[in-house]
Write a protein that binds this ligand. Structure first.
Ligand code: PMP
Length: 331
């Protein structure tokens, strides 16, 4: 694959075509071979560039989004960063409702990128007027000439990954992929990428990663929304306290849940073993991969692709801060 040669007219031309890197050391005791798709190589440093650009350009094509309009979104930070970047290049105003669980780094970054940021409490029900969903909806209602991206309930979120992430992985692995391990938040990445890969080879297994404290795994197994599953947790962007329609549960074969502590320690282990500086959910994906391996999911012939959604620099005050790790009792 030739990556971004020559001159690009804007930074947005760099979205997608992210590299796949073989994991060498962290996987040495696991059966099979393992490859990480590094979404931090997107210009906004996360997989969310893909969906943000796809949804915005779709709205432009439909004539819903015109120059000078306002983009409104609910985001744990990454989608917001991508939308803020796109808004600057394309000339939109950007207003974001962010949960107070998002790291201060992410919130500061969004503001630096020119977005108006509304910080909302994380641990309230989705239909609570203070929740970031309701705050975003209210802003959208009150702001003339605004578009609500609505990533949790927008099928274009799935389509973005179906059109880009899926084909890239199929090409990069020359069709050898046997398993895909993906963090599930809105579910766009796992659903779109998984759907494309299963269409190429129905035997590819799609393995989801969920958080302890989230409803997704139980919902996948029972199709029951079980409020008792819900409890506060620290990992941003993973799991949910609602059922997003941007998740196609039929594409996903199985889910594993991971804890805040194991995901945090695993992120740090990725740094020390591979020299890759990943975000918190990348640690969650690596942790879940090891759990899947222990369950006997893989053999010597397994060709496992892990999606690492974003970059560690967004978590300097969290998993890469010794004092934060100590406060949590993780080290
Ligand atoms: N990791 C991070 C850091 C994220 O921000 C997100 C998005 N919420 C995910 C993983 C999950 O991706 P998706 O929303 O496509 O399920």
């Amino acid at each position: 694959m030739v990556r971004h040669q020559g001159i690009n007219n804007t930074i947005l031309e760099l979205v997608g075509e992210t590299p796949l890197v073989k994991l060498q050391k962290i996987t040495k005791n696991l059966k099979g071979s393992y490859y990480a798709k590094l979404e931090a190589f997107n210009p906004g440093h996360s997989a969310k560039d893909r969906i943000a650009l796809h949804i915005v350009e779709n709205a432009e094509k439909k004539g819903i989004l015109k120059k000078g309009a306002t983009i409104v979104e609910t985001t744990s930070g990454n989608t917001g960063f991508s939308l803020a970047m796109i808004s600057i290049v394309k000339g939109y105003k950007c207003i974001l409702a962010v949960s107070d669980k998002s790291s201060q780094d992410k919130i500061d970054m969004l503001k630096s990128m020119g977005a108006e940021v509304h910080v909302c409490p994380a641990n309230v029900a989705p239909n609570d007027p203070r929740s970031y969903y309701e705050v975003a909806k209210t802003i959208h209602r009150k702001t003339k000439n605004s578009v609500y991206i609505n990533q949790y309930f927008n099928e274009l979120n799935i389509e973005a990954h179906y059109r880009t992430t899926g084909p890239e992985i199929w090409k990069q692995t020359e069709g050898k992929i046997t398993h895909l391990v993906v963090a599930s938040g809105t579910g766009g990445t796992i659903s779109g990428t998984g759907k494309y890969l299963k269409e190429q080879n129905k035997n590819v297994k799609i393995l989801g990663v969920d958080a302890v404290g989230s409803v997704l795994k139980k919902y996948h197994e029972t199709r029951e929304f079980d409020e008792k599953e819900i409890s506060p947790y620290k990992i941003e962007g993973l799991g949910k306290n609602l059922i997003p329609t941007a998740t196609d549960f039929d594409v996903i074969d199985i889910y594993e849940k991971v804890t805040d502590k194991e995901a945090a320690l695993k992120s740090r282990e990725i740094v020390k073993t591979e020299g890759i500086f990943p975000g918190y959910t990348s640690g969650a994906v690596m942790q879940a991969t090891e759990q899947y391996e222990k369950l006997g999911m893989f053999d010597e012939n397994s060709f496992v692709v892990l999606i690492f959604p974003d970059h560690g620099s967004r978590y300097m005050n969290k998993i890469y801060s010794d004092s934060w790790m100590k406060e949590q009792g993780f080290i």
